[in-house]
Design a protein. Structure first.
Length: 201
């Protein structure tokens, strides 16, 4: 089921902010703390982070030169860097197309997270990369190795295109990463090294 980078199978394209800070306006103190704590449990999706190369939103496409929506965050990393599942969930699509290249979609409750331009191969509805073998319907854990950064699909260099949807609407993944970082600072004050979620460049 190809979508995302090739922009097929798009649902609603309205970005929504589903951040712990916003939830704090309507939640009682205990519920607010629980929501913020849950954000801290997510996993940054790339090991070997080099920077963000293309943010969420409208942009000039680097290959075609036309203005179009970019419904995800491009995270540069060395070729072959491990890609981790942001959250535990079920693999709902294994993708192979000209835009996304090799990709995997994982559903975690109301969230869908997409990983594009992966190394390895897709054949018969199965994605393989080194020790990773993923099929539709398979369950994965938060932080589990689900692939490696590649050069498949429409890309000018090794990076992960990471897309997030909440109840069918696209989110800006950078806002989610900021919420995760803030929650970790709040709930892990004694941890010497805070997770590196990078900076836009």
């Amino acid at each position: 089921m190809p979508w995302a980078c090739s922009e097929r199978r798009r649902r609603s394209l309205r970005p929504v902010a589903v951040l712990a800070a916003a939830a704090a306006l309507t939640l009682p103190p205990r519920a607010e703390a629980n929501a913020a704590y849950r954000w801290a449990m997510g996993s940054f999706p790339v090991v070997g982070f080099n920077g963000y190369t293309s943010p969420f939103g409208m942009r000039i496409h680097p290959l075609s030169g036309d203005l179009r929506g970019h419904y995800g965050l491009d995270i540069a990393a060395p070729l072959g860097s491990p890609v981790l599942s942001w959250w535990g969930g079920r693999v709902t699509a294994v993708i192979r197309d000209g835009g996304c290249g090799n990709g995997v979609e994982i559903t975690s409750g109301p969230y869908e997270h997409l990983y594009c331009h992966l190394a390895g191969s897709v054949s018969g509805g199965t994605y393989r990369s080194g020790p990773v073998v993923l099929r539709e319907g398979q369950w994965v854990r938060t932080g589990q190795l689900i692939g490696h950064v590649g050069l498949t699909g429409s890309t000018t260099g090794p990076h992960l295109h990471w897309g997030l949807r909440y109840r069918g609407s696209w989110l800006d993944p950078a806002r989610v990463l900021r919420a995760m970082a803030e929650s970790r600072r709040r709930f892990q004050p004694l941890q010497r090294r805070t997770p590196n979620v990078g900076q836009l460049r």
